[in-house]
Design a binder for this molecule. Structure first.
Ligand SMILES: *Cc1c(COP(=O)(O)O)cnc(C)c1O
Length: 237
């Protein structure tokens, strides 16, 4: 069943891409494995998923032990600073950096193991009080500040849309994230970006991590190039 579900998700990704003239290869699938058993994860891996997304460090550590590090592990949940050391050890991408304090801790932990940690900045595009993430208007200053941290590489932005019955209702939040990324790239505000442009090279943040089971097609239409999907793979809806 998981096999068929992965296939059907990939097909839906391809269809959404086709609708807006994008290449399906541009969209990376993060298979969200929270509250999913090791056997189910193995089935998903057999079906070809290459990135696993976890929202709890403790669960991820035990799964990592059982499954190993051959595939990529992404962290997608709210990260507490006391879990940063473990997180930096196993995750190739942390989607959910939402404070300078957290970014500093990640930088420190990455430096200690001589790693450049890839991260995304989580943006609260809907402004809901219950959601983590920096506010869109803080993003430029935030990027400026963390671009000076030596062991962090900012690869893009992430957002979680509000839960709604009709995914069309959250289209504006996805669009806002894309526009924010484009604005950041245009301004070349960060030390890394101006350094790169003075050398005639490009430093861009590219990743837009947005879209889950209920809304990934709309997210892709608005430019998502990384979708985080759990239910559609493991529960089939
Ligand atoms: C659970 C979760 C997902 C996956 O949601 P589904 O509805 O199961 O596809 C994606 N992103 C985050 C941050 C999550 O916590």
């Amino acid at each position: 069943m998981i096999h068929d579900n992965v296939k059907s998700v990939r097909q839906k990704i391809a269809n959404a891409c086709e609708k807006v003239g994008r290449n399906a290869d541009d969209v990376e699938l993060v298979c969200v494995t929270k509250e999913v058993s090791i056997d189910e994860i193995k089935e998903a891996l057999d079906a070809g998923v290459q990135i696993l997304g976890e929202n709890r460090v403790k669960d991820a550590l035990s799964k990592y032990k059982a499954i190993g590090g051959r595939q990529e592990w992404h962290f997608i949940g709210h990260l507490q600073t006391n879990k940063v050391k473990d997180a930096v050890r196993i995750f190739s991408l942390i989607h959910s950096v939402d404070s300078l304090r957290l970014a500093k801790e990640i930088d420190k932990a990455a430096q200690a193991i001589n790693k450049a940690q890839d991260i995304l900045i989580q943006v609260n595009t809907s402004g809901e009080k219950t959601k983590f993430g920096i506010m869109p208007e803080e993003a430029i200053d935030f990027m400026k500040e963390i671009s000076s941290y030596g062991n962090i590489n900012t690869k893009g932005l992430m957002t979680i849309a509000p839960e709604v019955d009709d995914p069309e209702k959250v289209r504006p939040y996805f669009r806002a994230l894309r526009e924010l990324r484009d604005k950041i790239n245009e301004l070349r505000y960060s030390a890394k970006q101006s350094e790169a442009s003075s050398k005639g090279t490009k430093y861009e943040i590219r990743i837009l991590s947005m879209g889950m089971t209920n809304d990934f097609e709309v997210a892709i239409e608005e430019g998502a190039n990384m979708v985080r999907i759990g239910k559609a793979i493991f529960r089939g809806n």
